[in-house]
Design a protein around this ligand. Structure first.
Ligand code: FMN
Length: 382
């Protein structure tokens, strides 16, 4: 049986599967349910010092379904951070850690851009038993209007300072959660690390409009006739999340990395690990499938490891990163491969009269191969 435990940033996870910050980690009851079902860790719903400023609306979710089978492929939310008081969270963190001392409980925190706020929030969550911190620098809706969330995550100086403030307040792991609503995710990630973050979590949701209701002509989700762009998640975002995770992993190979975005089964999670993630978070998947999905995630991971003969997660973590090259490299590889294939194919009895000139060219090495290769020729537009 392969060992699927993960040691990262001083934390020991039974398995790499972690509930991502959101509804599946929104209070003590659901967090305990997650641990009972077998999740390795939970990132609690993002907490702040002043919950009375958090005013949620309903409805606040929208689904994009596949045309053929109606399966949910994309999910938009305009939900804010936790509307529960920090005092309640402190009490519940303590109770959760008493009940599940060996499970990893990470506090997701967000505040306005003032040092004392981030420090107080960090110290209070740590005193209540949090094993580490995820800094929500990435929520794309509602909070940016208060200069929080993605508004901070899109400003590298702010990212660096917030990470420095939190680093100054705790010795526990500090993971900065990145917004994908940015051109180059490695820029804020580098500032987070410079500020003292020991890990990066990616990605938060992608700013989106899930659709327009063609009866009412109103965008969705519709609240009293109106809407705003919200955060997109679920399987549709996975390719973007994988790309961003790979960029972070290649740039910062020594930093703890938690991959998030569209994970629904073991095979999805394995892809994040192959691109360098130590842990893999799931939010929408757990909302749609329930907490029991972790059993399928574990089965999928174990059967992948058995198939390839991997004994530990470290045996394959980041393995696929080496296969990313520049486009020019791919062209070169293709030229080389064609040359080798031609050499293998051209045994004496394979010469044919009609294409003798092409076969002669293929076997000729005169430095002009790249010019002859169709791969390097401009192709007519289709
Ligand atoms: C309804 C909902 C609420 C969310 N709330 C938070 C939050 O409070 N803090 C946070 O950092 N991320 C929040 N997220 C983002 C998720 O943690 C995650 O980064 C994103 O949804 C992509 O992962 P997924 O496809 O597994 O959901 C929320 C996502 C959803 C769908």
């Amino acid at each position: 049986m392969p060992d699927i435990s993960v040691k990262v940033d001083g934390l020991h996870f039974d398995n790499p599967f972690v509930i991502g910050s959101g509804p599946p980690g929104t209070n003590k009851n659901v967090i305990c349910k997650a641990f009972k079902e077998g999740w390795g860790g939970v990132i609690a719903k993002t907490v702040s010092l002043e919950c009375d400023k958090v005013k949620n609306v309903a409805p606040r979710y929208g689904k994009l379904k596949s045309r053929q089978h109606g399966e949910v492929i994309g999910f938009e939310n305009i939900e804010l951070i936790s509307d529960r008081p920090i005092e309640v969270w402190e009490k519940e963190f303590r109770q959760i850690k008493e009940e599940y001392p060996n499970k990893i409980l990470i506090a997701s925190i967000m505040e306005e851009y003032e040092e004392w706020r981030w420090k107080e929030l960090t110290e209070r969550c740590e005193a209540a038993g949090a094993d580490g911190f995820e800094l929500n620098l990435s929520c794309p809706h509602g909070l940016p209007e208060r200069a929080m969330g993605a508004a901070m995550g899109q400003n590298s100086d702010m990212v660096e300072n917030v990470c420095r403030w939190v680093r100054g307040a705790t010795k526990k792991p500090v993971w900065a959660k990145m917004t994908p609503n940015i051109t180059d995710i490695t820029v804020p990630a580098s500032h987070a690390i410079k500020g003292g973050a020991s890990g990066i979590a990616a990605i938060n949701t992608i700013l989106s409009v899930v659709g327009i209701n063609l009866e009412t002509l109103r965008p969705m989700p519709t609240v009293e006739g109106y809407s705003l762009p919200g955060g997109y998640s679920c399987q549709a975002v996975r390719p973007i999340a994988l790309r961003m995770v790979s960029q972070i992993a290649r740039e910062f190979p020594d930093t703890a990395l938690s991959g998030i975005g569209g994970v629904e089964c073991g095979d999805d999670a394995v892809q994040f690990i192959l691109l360098g993630s130590h842990t893999v978070q799931v939010c929408t998947g757990a909302m749609l499938q329930g907490y029991g999905m972790v059993k399928h995630l574990i089965e999928g991971l174990e059967s992948f490891m058995e198939k390839h003969g991997f004994e530990t997660i470290e045996d394959f973590r980041g393995h696929s990163l080496q296969f990313f090259k520049t486009h020019a490299n791919l062209v070169e590889h293709q030229i080389q491969a064609k040359r080798e294939r031609a050499g293998q194919a051209n045994r004496d009895n394979e010469w044919d009269g009609d294409s003798i000139n092409r076969q002669t060219d293929q076997l000729t090495s005169d430095g002009s191969e790249s010019k002859k290769s169709p791969a390097s020729q401009p192709q007519p537009a289709k």
